[in-house]
Design a protein around this ligand. Structure first.
Ligand code: NAP
Length: 296
């Protein structure tokens, strides 16, 4: 059949073959990425394995924490994990609005409403809190370029500085896959710049997490992300650590790492490592991993 200048009986099989080849190449790439062992695989898997005993020890040490971004998707999961694990004597939730907390959360949770534009006027909220979790963030679509940088860069750094001055020893930041201070893209560049600035603040310990596309039932309507999540669902099922991260996986990784003793002052966890720390990585339980561990 001749249609305009090309023939359907030629073009359709060619396009189908092209799509098949590209799919196989992408699938192979993800598969190899999924099964590849990295130098820190064993360390991360061990941290997840030791999580329960680390939780027990950590609880007795009387730590106090704050959470920035607790009303967001990662923040909500983190609160659930913290409420269940009962790791802290006090958890100060710092946000721009008051929300109703789950009644099952213990008395250790306190909400503090602050004006992030005048954070220095609320310095006392950070007093004596030795551990900080930050899952603050907005989007360019919602806040514009300036607003995005203000929240994802400035607010994070101002809060981190104030917390450090008031006793924060360990600061954990939820950044993003692809964060790079030299990136030409605003989002990844901003994330990279925050990471770099935090590293030179000299916390006793700084932990940076770079999750992929967050998988969750987002309360806020973000049509672009909704479509991306639907399209990425099969990839997330077949290759869970490639480009997606469930919010509960991030939350569990944050606390499993925070309770583990670490010899490192600075830690950057890519998406695959986040899955390993959370205890959801199949690689940790694999024969290959166990054999590597035993032979060391
Ligand atoms: N979306 C993704 O797929 C993706 C992927 C990788 C990394 N990340 C990063 O992961 C982090 C957590 O993401 P998420 O999806 O959990 O975030 P989220 O649901 O958008 O929540 C963001 C948090 O930041 C607060 N916030 C936003 N604008 C603010 C402002 N102007 N003043 C004060 N607080 C403000 C929000 O408070 P309100 O509830 O009051 O708005 C909320 O607590 C972010 O840094 C994000 O960039 C996201």
């Amino acid at each position: 059949m001749q249609v305009l200048w090309f023939r359907c009986d030629v073009i359709i099989p060619s396009v189908s073959l092209g799509i098949l080849v590209v799919s196989v190449l992408i699938g192979s790439f993800f598969f190899l990425h999924e099964i590849q062992h990295e130098p820190d695989t064993e360390r991360n898997c061990n941290m997840a394995e030791a999580a329960q005993s680390n939780w027990e020890r950590y609880r007795t040490e009387g730590h106090q924490a704050f959470v920035l971004g607790y009303t967001g998707e990662v923040g909500k999961e983190l609160m659930k994990e913290l409420a269940a694990a009962k790791l802290y004597k006090r958890v100060v939730l710092i946000g721009r609005r008051q929300v109703e907390l789950d009644p099952s959360f213990g008395p250790e949770f306190e909400q503090k409403v602050v004006d992030f534009e005048k954070l220095e006027e609320h310095a006392e909220v950070f007093e004596g809190l030795d551990t900080g979790y930050c899952a603050l963030g907005t989007t360019r679509g919602k806040a514009g370029v300036k607003g995005f940088v203000r929240v994802d860069h400035d607010y994070v750094l101002i809060a981190a500085e104030m917390a450090k001055a008031r006793g924060c020893k360990h600061f954990s930041l939820v950044s993003s896959q692809g964060a790079n201070k030299n990136s030409s893209m605003l989002y990844t560049r901003t994330k990279g710049q925050v990471e770099e600035a935090l590293k030179v603040m000299h916390f006793d310990r700084i932990s940076i997490y770079r999750p992929g596309v967050l998988m969750c039932d987002r309360t806020e309507d973000r049509p672009g992300e909704r479509v991306a999540r639907v399209l990425l669902k099969p990839i997330s099922y077949l290759f869970p650590t490639a480009i997606t991260t469930p919010t509960e996986t991030v939350a569990r990784a944050l606390i499993n790492n925070a309770v583990a003793p670490s010899e490192r002052k600075e830690e950057v966890y890519e998406n695959k490592a986040i899955h390993q720390l959370s205890g959801t990585s199949k690689l940790c339980g694999s024969q290959n991993y166990q054999e590597t561990s035993k032979s060391k």
